[in-house]
Design a protein around this ligand. Sequence first.
Ligand code: DON
Length: 304
Amino acid sequence: MNYQQIIRNVYSDILQKENKGKVPDYIPEIACIDESKFGVNFTDLDLNTFGCGDFEEKFSIQSISKVFALSFVYEKLGEKLWERVDVEPSGNAFNSLIQLEADHGIPRNPFINAGALVICDILLEISENPKEELLHFIRDLSEDHQIFFNEKVASSEMENSFRNAAMCNFMKSFGNIKNQPDAVIELYCHLCSIEMTCKQLSNSFLYLANGGKKPSSNKQFLSYSKAKRINAILLTCGFYDESGEFSFLVGLPGKSGVGGGIVAILPQKYCIAVWSPRLNEKGNSYRGMKFLEEFTTQTGESIF
Ligand code: DON
């Protein structure tokens, strides 16, 4: 399979088509991004890697960081984790509060905001320095130390965190948040503010394509079974209330973020990261979705 050629062709096709969607305006630091940015990077399990366009430019990974946080906490806590967060698709927007009352403060899954807030609460419980430890974990996964929080993005999110604060307080009333909501939100906003390139992302997510093990070092970051389960949740919940559509069109587990990034994985083969800041009405990158749909169509490969 000539992945490089297919990626080049699909990239130039998509570039010529109209770029639709909107950059989110609720995080001022992100609202001013250049909307024409477009990058793709592919890395396979033999560590062949190549990119197109703005693949070496950093952007705000936003909710993609929820996958790193989940991996870190799941490895430490094991199956007990699922007492505090479920594994069902929510069918609702990422920042929706609507199901929390009926579900007694247990979020539907770890990739909606409520779920990620519970993961952050657990991080605060199990780690002395959760921000540093998580950053260290991500740097280890990507084998690259040039990964940082963007303090401006984190502060601007904290100033606009009214919905997340509502969720956190509501879950605390059910006993599913143990720390002070302000501390949980501070950690959550920092996770969202992490900046990475498509190249760093496709390298760092290889552990999920390889049963929890980094192919470069053979270091086991997660057990095979835990990696399998995270991929399953990515497939069913990685794109908020568009998870069914992404699975239908692309056929790969993946995760998006409102910074315009998408990471997708073909287990046993590769990981691909795409970035284009304009989002569709569900909050997923318009060009990112189009690119991946066309990519799996032309390669004729998906998990199905
Ligand atoms: O919590 C927020 O509003 C955003 N920073 C969430 C980021 C995102 O990508 C959407 N997520 N689930």
